[in-house]
Design a protein around this ligand. Structure first.
Ligand code: ME8
Length: 633
């Protein structure tokens, strides 16, 4: 028997409840898993949670609970959500599962014995939010983004994985298997990264305790990424290795396309066939993240139905690219494609078959040119959809299908079946129209079943089937086969959404269940000594001039009088303020900040502003009688 198709999602951190980013990844994997089952393959689908590491440890400490308690709570959120969304994974793996712990320690030890893991001292900067050491260049990037507080200085004894020894083998892998990373443009990023040279990877920590201990040296815990990646091994039954498709977000591609195959090479194991990296759901131009306060939760969207959300994800996002999310776009898509498009076509067709043919689907005896054209198009659309879907491009597949459904709307308008029905002489023509519409809908139900399991089943039953559409395979399906039995009562496929009404409710801010933080603000930063704080020179300033920086809607260039001198300061406040309203304002300036260039302009200083991430920045204003140059202390 051939090996089951083995597909995985990343395992999600348990520091937060799922948002639509995590949901999207899992839906994509589930749709592909279902698609492969309907191709007649055995499928093994794995998802789960990543529960160790500093991120989780910190989130739990902030809540005053243990990491395991936090993990249990978040896992319940995930498993309930996946159940409501009819995910078809076989195992939900948790990195705190006993078999996983054993697996990680066993492999760690094996690589130590083999010499691929060795102990040494590491000194450098570490990003807590990425759970990774950062290079100097990466540190500068983070600093420029105002994220310097995420970096901590670490010096520790650590175990290293001999990643540098795998550079050539990785490059050879990319050379020989260009399908290893998809899509292509991401593949090139990975290749360039490895070509740039690989350093050995620190894979243990002494600074944290929440993790799997290094066997035989228990003051070290195993680095969370080494631990996490191995979940794909732990969760895999003997007959499924290696993974056929591993779905990840672009943010974690490097871990999967560089470290992961290197670990497997070291372990002497077969490598995954393909790592598929998808893009991000964005809010405006920003990544969705809790710290930015712009997170959309799936629960908010599920009131329109599981299938609606699944469909929207697959239809609107081209795998690999980023996509902006908007509630309006979401509702427009569903109304256009499900309430109008498919829903309307199905209800018109089924009610005509009821009305004109007593529920019995006719076999066409003659077809004119137009009927023939519609039938031929279906013969082309069906395999094209399957081909696109096989390439994991459901966006493209659904596009092809919906274009065809729109053509069918035009076909109905031209054929005018309601007129044909008035004269029995037109019976053969009416038979042809009804049969073609019926066949198109039947094929549609089958094709969309992986994406919208419930809606497809409703349509399938509406077309007279008593079987499960998901248990039907694409292979051997007769597009022009006769209808099955009389059609039943037709149920509406999708209720039109009242957009205006829903918008007002959807845009109401999220109120967390644990009500405490109604503000979305980061935790209090690390303690600093008073001396450190007093090094920052804060001055009252007055804005003298302000203008927008060309080609930027965010940046405003200002001339600011700080008493002793005038400064050019570029601030990212252009979305909150118009230049005209800034002139003459008193502000607080960080006067001894090192100058830096923003869009080619040297900015010397920074204005203080308050914000809760979700809202605009509010410039801090000294009282009206304060003078430029006053020291703020
Ligand atoms: O990275 N748009 O877990 P995580 C689309 N535990 N997808 C998004 C997204 C967005 N805005 N935000 C997140 C981890 N994702 C590690 C993985 S695997 C061995 C360990 C999705 O909870 C995307 O798939 O931060 C991303 O890779 C994943 O969530 C990250 O989830």
């Amino acid at each position: 028997m051939s090996k089951p198709f083995y597909i995985t999602t990343p395992i999600y951190y348990v520091n937060d409840r799922p948002h639509i980013g995590h949901t999207y990844t899992t839906v994509l994997a589930d749709v592909i898993a279902r698609f492969h089952r309907m191709r007649g393959e055995q499928v093994y689908f794995l998802t789960g949670t990543d529960e160790h590491g500093q991120k989780v440890e910190k989130a739990a400490a902030a809540r005053g609970i243990t990491p395991k308690q936090l993990a249990d709570e978040v896992v319940a959120n995930y498993t309930e959500l996946w159940k409501a969304m009819t995910m078809t994974h076989f195992r939900f793996i948790r990195t705190t599962d006993a078999d996983h712990k054993e697996q990680v320690q066993r492999l760690f030890k094996r690589l130590v014995d083999k010499g691929d893991i060795y102990k040494a001292t590491y000194k450098g900067l570490y990003s807590v939010s990425d759970e990774a050491y950062v290079t100097e260049t990466q540190a500068k990037e983070l600093q420029a983004q105002g994220l310097a507080h995420q970096l901590i200085e670490l010096e520790e004894e650590t175990y290293f994985f001999r990643l540098s020894a795998y550079q050539d083998r990785l490059l050879k892998l990319y050379e020989e298997h260009p399908e290893f990373v998809q899509p292509d443009f991401r593949f090139n990023e990975v290749k360039r990264f490895v070509e740039g040279g690989l350093q050995d990877l620190s894979i243990s920590r002494t600074s944290i305790s929440w993790g799997i201990p290094v066997p035989g040296d228990e003051k070290h815990v195993i680095y969370v990424w080494f631990d996490a990646l191995l979940n794909y091994l732990t969760g895999c039954p003997a007959n499924c290795w290696p993974p056929d498709l591993q779905i990840v977000g672009k943010d974690i591609l490097r871990f999967h396309a560089v470290y992961w195959p290197a670990f497997l090479m070291a372990a002497g194991m077969f490598l995954p066939e393909t790592i598929l990296a998808h893009g991000w759901w964005l809010m405006g131009e920003d990544k969705m993240s809790k710290s930015k306060g712009n997170v959309v939760r799936p629960d908010t969207l599920l009131r329109f139905g599981n299938d609606a959300l699944r469909f929207y994800f697959m239809r609107d996002m081209q795998v690999g690219h980023d996509r902006g999310f908007s509630y309006e776009g979401f509702m427009d898509r569903l109304n256009a494609d499900l309430a109008n498009g498919l829903g309307n076509l199905a209800s018109r067709t089924l009610s005509m078959i009821q009305r004109y043919r007593g529920g019995l689907v006719p076999m066409p005896t003659v077809m004119d040119e137009l009927d023939q054209a519609m039938a031929t198009q279906l013969l082309a659309v069906f395999p094209e959809y399957l081909e696109q879907a096989r390439a994991n491009n459901f966006h493209g597949a659904l596009d092809v299908l919906w274009a065809y459904l729109r053509t069918l709307d035009g076909y109905i308008v031209k054929a005018e079946p309601w007129k044909l029905a008035k004269d029995p002489a037109n019976d053969p023509k009416l038979d042809a129209v009804l049969a073609i519409l019926y066949r198109a809908l039947r094929a549609t139900a089958l094709l969309v079943a992986p994406v919208m399991p419930e809606l497809a089943q409703t349509l399938w039953e509406g077309l007279g089937h008593s079987t499960k559409v998901a248990e039907t395979t694409f292979h051997g399906f007769a597009l022009d086969g006769p209808a099955i039995g009389p059609i039943g009562e037709s149920k509406p496929l999708f209720q039109r959404i009242d957009k205006e009404k829903e918008m007002s409710e959807l845009l109401a801010p999220e109120t967390p269940a644990d009500a405490k933080p109604s503000l979305d603000v980061p935790e209090i930063r690390e303690t600093v000594e008073a001396d450190t704080f007093f090094k920052v020179d804060l001055r009252v300033g007055r804005i003298l001039e302000a203008e927008r920086v060309p080609k930027s809607d965010k940046l405003i260039k200002m001339k600011v009088d700080i008493g002793l001198e005038q400064r050019t300061i570029v601030g990212g406040i252009g979305k909150a303020y118009e230049p005209a309203e800034l002139v003459n304002r008193l502000v607080v300036v960080v006067a001894n900040l090192a100058p830096r260039k923003l869009m080619g302009i040297e900015s010397h200083g920074m204005l203080l502003a308050a914000s809760d991430n979700a809202s605009k920045p509010y410039l801090i204003a000294p009282p009206a009688d304060a003078m430029p140059g006053f020291l703020v202390k």
